[in-house]
Design a protein around this ligand. Sequence first.
Ligand code: AMP
Ligand code: MG
Length: 340
Amino acid sequence: MSQSTLILECTEADLRKAGELIRAGQLVVFPTETVYGLGANALDPQACRKIFQAKGRPVDNPLIVHLSSLEEIPAYTQKVTDIHRKLMERCMPGPITFVLPKVPEIPDIVTAGLSTVAIRIPSLEEARRLISYAGVPIAAPSANLSGEPSPTTFEMAYHAMAGRVAAIVKGRMCEVGLESSVIRIDKNRLELLRPGYVTFETLLELGKEFGLDVIDLSQVSQEKPLSPGTKYTHYKPKASVYLFSSLEDILNPLITIPSSTRILCTKQSGSKETFDKIVALNIETVVFENTQDYARHLFFQFHRADREGINTVLAFYPPPEGIGLALRNRLIKASGGRFV
Ligand code: AMP
Ligand code: MG
């Protein structure tokens, strides 16, 4: 499967061209604030099937449908309550995805046969302009081969998808760098199905304001996962990833550090003395200012490690506060849950 791939810029003319390609049933990679997406016309089952082929994605992993404005939501979803509307007005556009009953126009391939559909409005303006030029909703998972880290730069998206798609829209590095939070509302309960950029603390505050109980269902292991994609291996670089909760763990004399190892951590990962000892060990170390910055660059650092032939990545496992919860989720998948 190889086709010539057009590189487009974020100009009006190019976004219009990208929209036309989507409407014509082609695949187009485009930037969003979370990660680069691999888009197809969500109303065209043939086009959506190409997404699964290009990524090697299991067909029981449903896609998120991207819209350009709140006004489009009633055309593709059912049972939108007042509380949904209020929350959507507050959170959208943004890195949050709502799961709602679907209309028959959304094909089964998009939702993996589920009766619900996941809806998101990206906050990146270029993404919304592309969707409105397409004139159709865009189904888009991340633009990586299934199982690999999500692309957060044009170069990463190009590396993964050149030759597999009709066009790639070249944007800047993604501001967020992690996928959206997936939620649903069931009666008076707001349920988090997949942790993402919108934190659990933020959802708790929204719950308080709108009179909803907020629960995290993403940690609960279910025989039939509520967010089907969460059961798959994900985000894995070629390098082996091991986690650590504190830099001190790496100093344990019983641990052998392989050559060609890189540490990813934040300034909060250890004391000043520990950092000094790590420097003395001569292991290459990337230190992020804070967890937010770490989250934004995690996938890029995985890609970079692979390109530079790094064999082992030791990655700090942050506390579960704020964006730390989503970062822990991605790190557990990338490492297979292995700690140093
Ligand atoms: P990705 O596009 O790889 O970020 O994955 C999309 C995520 O949204 C996956 O974890 C899916 O399981 C989840 N998702 C998509 N549609 C639904 C749905 N109808 N119900 C629950 N989760 C969904
Ligand atoms: Mg993905």
